[in-house]
Design a protein around this ligand. Structure first.
Ligand SMILES: [Zn+2]
Length: 290
């Protein structure tokens, strides 16, 4: 079924409060959706409890509202989606495209691409095992909305983990199952996820599902050249600075500056939707935090 209606999304993991890097991604995906008269949904990717912070989901949602980023419909929580993930895993297992991987981290060291060691292990072994999706030699190509034509060979991507050895569902599985279930037509996200896209496209292909369009936007780098992230202890953003934060994001995205007398977050976003120019960010890969 062709996806004629634009539906975008922002899908944070609750490993900490919203920071400027995640606000930038939220704002860009929101503006692109609204400029296309589309919907914008929020999904909390809470499938990795050891990395999550108590209260972070609610804090992220509140921060989005403080910045005028009101989502459409209900928030989806991946922690409630186990049955859907299991159904897809069972189907892939039945179609003989998964295998059990018992490799240890030490065994995989020095292999940038999974060497295929366990490919013949099609029955559950006695030890703890991850589930990997067998890659083939195909090329995954897409026209990236911001980075232009992309082409990745699956032989250089390797066999993607869909369920981890510790029993947790992998990001690559959950994101594809949920983007499909929610009818997401356009994904606008950070360029740090560019190498996830061939893995996800391959999974869409295996499942016979139509993938969304992908646009990979620049990410903010700190003074040391690291991506601004919760892991790098980026500062949480404050509601009191919401208008200023949005203006900074628009500046980083190369967008027109709202008039000085535009002060409410709603008015700033309205202006930004009306003047949205994705071409102004096309081709950029990173942004220095200034
Ligand atoms: Zn293995």
């Amino acid at each position: 079924m062709p996806k004629t209606h634009y539906r975008g999304r922002f899908a944070p993991s609750p490993s900490g409060p919203l920071h400027l890097g995640s606000l930038l991604a939220a704002t860009a995906s929101f503006l692109d959706a609204k400029a296309h008269h589309g919907e914008w949904i929020v999904r909390i990717e809470d499938i990795d409890p050891p990395r999550e912070q108590v209260g972070a989901s609610d804090a992220i949602l509140q921060a989005l509202l403080d910045h005028g980023l009101q989502w459409d419909g209900d928030v989806m929580y991946q922690s409630h989606r186990s049955a859907a993930y299991d159904t897809v895993l069972a189907r892939l297992m039945q179609e003989d495209t998964l295998f059990y991987c018992t490799c240890t981290r030490a065994e995989l060291q020095g292999h940038p691409v999974y060497p295929g060691t366990c490919r013949d292990q099609r029955r559950p072994p006695a030890r703890l095992a991850a589930l990997r999706l067998s890659a083939d030699g195909s090329d995954q190509q897409w026209q990236d909305g911001l980075q232009g034509p992309q082409q990745w060979s699956m032989s250089e991507v390797g066999d993607t983990i869909l369920k981890r050895k510790d029993g947790l569902y992998a990001y690559q599985l959950a994101v594809v199952v949920d983007d499909h279930a929610q009818g997401i037509s356009h994904v606008v996200r950070g360029i740090d996820l560019l190498d996830s896209t061939p893995r996800q496209l391959f999974l869409y292909q295996r499942l016979g599902w139509q993938p969304p369009a992908f646009s990979h936007m620049p990410v903010i780098l700190d003074a040391n050249g690291n991506k601004l992230s919760k892991q790098n202890h980026a500062n949480p953003i404050e509601a009191a600075n919401a208008a200023h934060n949005l203006r900074r994001c628009l500046g980083w995205l190369g967008q027109a500056e709202p008039p000085k007398n535009t002060t409410s977050v709603q008015a700033i976003l309205r202006f930004a939707v009306e003047h949205w120019q994705p071409t102004a960010i096309a081709g950029h890969r990173d942004i220095a935090l200034t």
